[in-house]
Design a protein around this ligand. Structure first.
Ligand code: F0G
Length: 483
């Protein structure tokens, strides 16, 4: 049965198919306090305190709004160390949705990546993927492997009309197999809603082509389904062949074209946790052995039972087009409004949130002074809005200590699903516009404390000049006493 998608196409603004009945008070601190907060945080938005933030657009991870049904379900969770019926409920839901025989729980997405890397990756291995994610790459390299990214050239074009920038070129995969050999490739990874290039989807047609090549060479295809909900929406509305298919049908077809599915339930399922679904019994047994060592007993895998209950309901709700459309529609609204005002932003609009192109926004800031990180600090100063740097700061240095300059310098302003109102999004647009008008005032950052692994989480930085004082002075001139 096809799902009707015309009603919200008629609307000129995104229309929420839910109502908010529990709310949380927010505070917008004066700009002087924001200066104190960002300085104390070492200009790293990860280190800001929640109480100092007005709009938290850092991530959509574990911050999506839960439904009344999800919250209700947490109260009836069957809390036991072993043999919980709640776990069984999640297992049944996943089997029903993905059609895979086995499910293994893990405390979050990166825990799945850790276990998959441990089971599959050995020294010198190469893992082809449509694009890397930070934690994925970290776990593969920790095992002595390497990532090779296979994408079409316009995947990294900030402005593009390609509706499926997350596609992997089949000929590039064939070439990689010829170069590294089947023995040097433990698995091929496709990431739904490709995070680091702006939440960009792959098409189902592409996934099928990639899977056919994997089959031919007996290589497992691993799907990172953390951002699957957005990808499902984009297949439905952008891929002609699937415009009449239901979300459930599209999901099953995706699952049928992968061997292992893993996910962060902090994104998929609007709760917190993760897990892996697969059919191959040998692989299942190898992975299963590691769960009690690293995660917890098999019927909770490091997750709270309440969250497991919420994931089961959240996954069911994900099969509803009118639930999963809210994120992409809000993102599209924000992106379109920024494009109209000439602000450089990743197009087409993806899932997850809006991605400002710092390379153009602050083109005068060199990459080794972290333009996207600098823009993140400036965005917080301008509006109490917390975004996330997705650029050189999020990369790891080369073995010899030189900077690995990122392909893209993005400031991600995530739109956790069903959390913000449209007026809050409009406020963010206003502050971005002000910042753009004053972009010449924004300067770079330099490390003061630099961790050797995943440095963007805990590293501390300082402005390279007094540019923040000048930006705040301009803010006071333009906004007077207002916040
Ligand atoms: N894969 C993708 C595509 C992700 O976006 C994330 C997390 C993970 C794996 C790891 O999952 O956080 O549950 O361990 N992304 C978060 C973000 C951190 O903010 O984009 P996790």
């Amino acid at each position: 049965m096809s799902e009707e998608i015309t009603f919200y196409k008629c609307a000129t603004v995104p229309l929420e198919m839910h109502r908010a009945r529990i709310v949380q008070k927010l505070e917008l601190k004066p700009v002087e306090e924001r200066v104190r907060a960002i300085t104390e945080a070492g200009n790293n938005t990860f280190l800001l305190q929640n109480k100092d933030i007005f709009l938290d657009m850092l991530t959509d991870s574990g911050t999506n709004a839960m439904s009344d049904r999800q919250l209700g379900a947490t109260m009836v969770a069957d809390d036991s160390y072993a043999g919980s019926t709640t776990h069984e409920r999640l297992e049944t839901t996943l089997r029903d949705i993905f059609g895979k025989e086995y499910f293994l729980p893990a405390h979050q997405g990166r825990a799945c990546e850790h276990l998959l890397a441990k089971v599959f990756v050995k020294e010198g291995d190469i893992v082809p993927m449509n694009y890397h994610f930070t934690t994925t790459k970290a776990h593969i390299t920790l095992q002595g492997g390497e990532v090779t990214e296979l994408y079409y050239p316009d995947a990294l074009d900030v402005e593009s009309a390609n509706p499926f920038k997350g596609n992997m070129p089949p000929e590039a995969l064939r070439e990689a197999i010829a170069t590294y050999g089947v023995d040097g490739i433990p698995f091929v990874r496709m990431e739904a809603g490709t995070n680091l290039i702006g939440g960009q989807p792959f098409s189902l047609e592409n996934l099928k082509e990639i899977y056919a090549i994997c089959r031919e060479h007996h290589l497992p295809l691993v799907l990172d389904a953390s951002l699957l909900a957005d990808n499902l929406y984009f297949i439905k509305v952008r891929e002609d062949a699937y415009k009449d298919a239901t979300i459930r049908e599209i999901t099953r077809e995706i699952a049928d074209n992968t061997d292992i599915i893993y996910f962060s339930a902090r994104k998929l399922g609007h709760a917190r946790g993760g897990g892996m679904c697969l059919n191959d019994r040998d692989t299942y047994l190898k992975l299963r052995e590691l769960i009690p060592v690293y995660e917890g007993f098999l019927t909770y895998g490091g997750m709270s039972i309440r969250e497991i209950e919420a994931i089961a309901i959240g996954l069911e709700e994900t099969m509803d087009l009118h639930m999963i459309n809210q994120g992409p529609l809000f993102t599209e609204y924000m992106v379109d409004e920024l494009v109209k005002r000439g602000i450089p932003v990743v197009t087409p609009a993806g899932g997850l949130g809006c991605h400002l192109d710092a390379m153009q926004f602050v083109s005068h800031v060199p990459q080794h002074e972290y333009p996207a990180g600098a823009l993140a600090a400036a965005m917080y100063l301008a509006g109490g809005i917390r975004g996330m740097e997705r650029g050189t700061l999020s990369e790891q240095r080369e073995a010899d200590g030189t900077e690995r300059l990122a392909d893209l310098e993005l400031l991600r302003l995530a739109l956790p699903r069903r959390v913000f109102t449209l007026s809050q999004v409009q406020y963010a647009i206003d502050r971005i516009c002000w910042l753009y008008e004053n972009r010449e005032l924004i300067g770079g950052l330099t490390f003061v404390e630099e961790p050797s692994k995943l440095r963007f989480f805990l590293g501390k930085l300082a402005p390279v000049s007094d540019w923040q004082d000048k930006l705040v002075a301009k803010f006071r001139t333009d906004f007077g006493d207002s916040l």
